[in-house]
Design a protein. Structure first.
Length: 255
């Protein structure tokens, strides 16, 4: 029998216990609500855990999505699936559940090369807390999956992936993702968020051109590298470059 990674195996057994207590299925005699409550609350908070030392050593955890539309008894349980020795990826299962064990939704992030801890953030500004799930950490940038909370519901849908150090919502309602391209340059990608998934709009590159004796960057050059057909249909390339380069998200050396 193949050996499983320790952290994933421990987590799988804990969430299996939760499932047996009624997450997603009620027994004939009803759910053991007290036992479900104790097991759910025994899970550590994901945002309080340190990054795992090994790629697949994460332990199961929970998030509390008690935002503007969530009662306090709704929890998001994060289960890191078992990974066999030698495997290069695994699956993360997230379950939205009540404290009595009633499962509201289960969704999976598959083919994950590193087990990292997610957090909740309202990235699109609609008042609902979305899931930001890191998939892989590089030298400086992080690949993140975005799971968007649907309006007026308790359902999440996968909204897309981004790769960078930080992201922010712009005044125009775009998602701007800042990424390091090299030691002396950054890239900022802009995405439209009005549809069912992220749609790339533009990519700008900001290069350091002048530095002070202290090493601080005092002069930059911003160039529009890519632009979508839809974005270009609304303006000239020169106007688009001026617009995106003037966005506060492009001021990467002062952040």
């Amino acid at each position: 029998m193949s050996m499983m990674r320790k952290g994933a195996a421990m987590g799988a057994s804990l969430v299996m216990g939760l499932a047996l207590l009624g997450l997603g299925a009620c027994s004939r005699n009803g759910v053991n609500k007290q036992a479900a409550l104790e097991r759910i609350l025994a899970l550590p908070l994901c945002n309080e855990l340190e990054r795992p030392a090994e790629a697949f050593d994460a332990v199961d955890c929970r998030l509390d999505p008690a935002g503007t539309r969530d009662p306090d008894d709704i929890k998001l349980l994060v289960n890191y699936g078992p990974v066999e020795e030698g495997a290069v990826s695994g699956s993360i299962i997230m379950r939205l559940a009540k404290l009595d064990g009633t499962e509201l939704q289960a969704f999976t992030e598959a083919d994950v090369p590193m087990y990292l801890y997610p957090h909740l953030e309202d990235f699109d500004g609609d008042g609902a807390l979305d899931v930001i799930l890191p998939r892989e950490v590089g030298n400086v940038n992080t690949v993140m999956a975005l799971w968007k909370r649907q309006k007026n519901s308790q359902q999440y849908t996968r909204f897309g992936e981004i790769n960078g150090i930080a992201f922010q919502r712009t005044a125009d309602g775009y998602l701007a993702v800042q990424a390091r391209s090299s030691a002396a340059s950054w890239g900022v990608s802009f995405y439209d968020m009005t549809g069912p998934a992220l749609v790339p709009l533009a990519l700008i590159q900001i290069a350091a051109r002048e530095t002070a004796e202290t090493g601080a960057v005092t002069g930059t050059q911003c160039t529009l590298e890519e632009i979508s057909t839809a974005a270009l249909a609304q303006q000239t390339r020169e106007a688009a470059q001026a617009k995106f380069c003037a966005d506060p998200a492009a001021d990467v050396y002062k952040q």
